[in-house]
Design a protein around this ligand. Structure first.
Ligand SMILES: [Zn+2]
Length: 164
């Protein structure tokens, strides 16, 4: 994950068209810098099904990520959903990302780091959409992309903007 996270941070920092997928100029300057959100979301990625995921806060909402097994993901490379978090102040809803661990290992063996980077950027686009009420500015990622062919459109968008 360290390598892939570093590549993802590099492309959002060095390629303006890639940064522009995530939020607006004003949201990126106000708490939603894509490189910062990448760190918050993925730096303590863990194994699935923990009741108390290692949470970072983005825009006042808890965010986290985990590796999950393919059968929970319907064969998708990753999913993003609004999940429950248990905290000292009770239950909170916040974005969670699950990455397909089988797919991740296969792509890792093949050293297809761009494909791995695409997945974490794509899922982060969904997180930006979830956090629109918190001022993220949304993203160019189409939010409802399961079973309607939009997921591959989102994937192509990331490749076009971030791996020109
Ligand atoms: Zn998607």
């Amino acid at each position: 994950m360290t390598t892939v996270l570093a590549i993802a941070k590099r492309v959002v920092q060095q390629i303006p068209a890639c940064a522009e997928v995530f939020g607006t100029a004003s949201s990126r300057a106000n708490g939603f810098d894509p490189a910062t959100v990448l760190s918050a979301l993925y730096h303590n990625i863990e194994t699935p099904y923990t009741l108390f995921p290692l949470v970072s806060m983005v825009g006042g909402k808890p965010v986290s990520s985990a590796f999950a097994y393919g059968w929970t993901l319907d064969g998708n490379e990753g999913v993003e959903f609004n999940g429950f978090y248990v905290g000292t102040s009770g239950f909170m809803l916040g974005p969670r990302v699950w990455l397909n661990v089988g797919n991740w290992i296969l792509e890792g063996r093949a050293s297809t780091f761009n494909a791995m980077t695409e997945v974490i950027l794509h899922e982060m686009g969904h997180v930006y959409n979830e956090l629109q009420p918190q001022g993220s500015g949304g993203s160019q990622i189409i939010q409802y992309d399961k079973g309607n062919g939009k997921s591959s459109e989102n994937t192509q968008l990331i490749f076009r903007k971030c791996f020109p």
